[in-house]
Each structure stands twice: as C-alpha cells, then as structure tokens.
Design a protein around this ligand. Structure first.
Ligand code: IPE
Ligand code: IPE
Ligand code: MG
Length: 236
C-alpha cells in the first residue's frame, strides 16, 4: 500500500544457528559463536548503511543460562570483546548503544564495560543498536505489570484505567519506534521469549541461513521483502 512506509524503521533479529554452523564444520560450538559475533558486527554496519534506524539483536536469553557453564562463560567473554572493541568502532560511525534485559545482574566487569559503552555512545544519532542481554520477554512484561500493581496499591492508578499503553510504556523498548520486522535465522520457527509484546504486529521472516552465514545481501533482501508486504493491522 502506498501510504505505508516501505522500509522498516526497527528490525530485530534472533541470531540463531551458531552451534550448528560449527558442528557442520566439525568445530567446537565456540567457533560458531566467534563467527557469530563477526556477523553481528557486519550486520550492524549493513543496517546502518541500509538506513535501518534501530537494530535489535538477541544475544543471550534468560533461558540460555541452562547451557553448560563452559559455553556460558565463553559467550560472556565474546560479549565483552564485542562491547569493548566493536561498539567503539560502531560508535565512530554514530551508532548509539542500548542494552535491554537484566544485564545489571551479569558479572561486575561486564556491567562496567556496558555502562561505559552506554555513556560513550549516548549522544550518537546515526542509528541505535540494541543488544538484548540476559533478556526474556515474559520477565520484561512481568516487571511492567508489577510496577502498575504498585501504582494501583499506592492509589495512583485505578485498575479500570489500565490500558495496553500503560504496559507498553513500562517495557524497555518504550523509547524505540515500533518493531516492524523480526527475523530469525537457522530455520527454527519460534520466538523463544523474544519481544513477545512488541511483535504483536511485526512482520516476521524465518530464514534457513545459519547466523554465521547471514550478511548484508540477506538483510537487504529482507528489507526489500518487507516493502512488498501489506500490513493491515486488523483492518482491510
Ligand atoms: C545462537 O546460536 C546463539 C545464542 C543462543 C547465544 P545457538 O548457540 O543457539 O546455535 P544452535 O541453535 O545450537 O545451532
Ligand atoms: C534464542 O536462541 C536465543 C538467542 C538467539 C540469544 P536459542 O537457540 O536459545 O533458542 P531455542 O532454545 O532454540 O528456543
Ligand atoms: Mg539455537
């Protein structure tokens, strides 16, 4: 439809398939995660070049703690490198960092690195890179509802007055444009507790490509495909 924007302002990606990428090459899973970090960086640059305002990447879920301790610590090490090295570079291109999820519960040295990166990039305006770290959508919605319950308890809000907007305003994405396009790589067709509320009217794209093999061409194709879609929001 001509009155709809043809390019998405906010794109989110469930970066999946690192382990299978490594397995196919008879490499340890960490080799896949390492390549996955390179891909994340390349895709962040590609999104910037292609005019995406906000790119949200799912890096570590609240459920990923269930993985072997060796893999968890390996992933945390890679995150550290990404925040230290890659975010600094991205910042030179005007990218602002935002982190969602319970990242303050991570190791103190990682928390400090994140705080520094947030401060350093806060004034950047070219685009926003959102990293979902120790993120779970149900926990995010629960926290929002809990704050509303506190307001009700304090007599500042009536239960009947609660709207969907109240809940949305309490989510960590409240300051971002609505999610337009959600991509998941590796052929899995599920959301795995990612942006459940925000995805209400997002267009979805599930691709077979394993995350380490994803790149600018595929992102560009996804953006083109988005432009072809007709979003009806329940109307005609
Ligand atoms: C995604 O790749 C990265 C994270 C969840 C951190 P996986 O590690 O889930 O890769 P597969 O699904 O085992 O192939
Ligand atoms: C989702 O991938 C989490 C991230 C990409 C960070 P998973 O590989 O953890 O999801 P499941 O376990 O297949 O649902
Ligand atoms: Mg996976």
């Amino acid at each position: 439809m001509s009155d709809q924007p043809t390019s998405p302002r906010h794109v989110a990606i469930i970066m999946d398939g690192n382990g299978r990428w490594a397995k196919k090459r008879l490499l340890p899973r960490m080799a896949g995660h390492k390549k996955g970090v390179d891909t994340a960086k390349q895709v962040a640059y590609a999104a910037l070049d292609l005019g995406v305002e906000v790119l949200t990447l799912y890096a570590f879920s609240t459920e990923n703690w269930a993985r072997p301790e060796e893999e968890v610590s390996g992933l945390m090490g890679l995150l550290k490198i990404f925040i230290q090295r890659d975010v600094r570079e991205l910042s030179e291109r005007g990218v602002r960092l935002k982190v969602i999820g319970n990242w303050r519960a991570l190791a103190p040295d990682l928390v400090v690195l994140i705080e520094d990166a947030l401060t350093q990039t806060a004034g950047n305006t070219a685009s926003t890179l959102v990293i979902a770290l120790n993120y779970g959508s149900q926990a995010e919605i629960t926290a929002s509802v809990r704050r509303l319950a506190e307001q009700v308890k304090a007599g500042a809000l009536k239960p009947d007055a609660i709207t969907a907007d109240h809940i949305a305003q309490g989510l960590e994405t409240a300051d971002l444009p609505p999610l337009d396009l959600l991509i998941r790589t590796s052929g899995e067709v599920r959301l795995s507790n990612f942006l459940l509320w925000q995805a209400a009217y997002a267009e979805m794209l599930f691709v077979e490509t394993l995350w380490p093999d994803f790149g600018k061409a595929e992102l560009a194709a996804a953006l083109d495909g988005f432009g072809e879609r007709e979003r009806r929001y329940g109307g005609l």
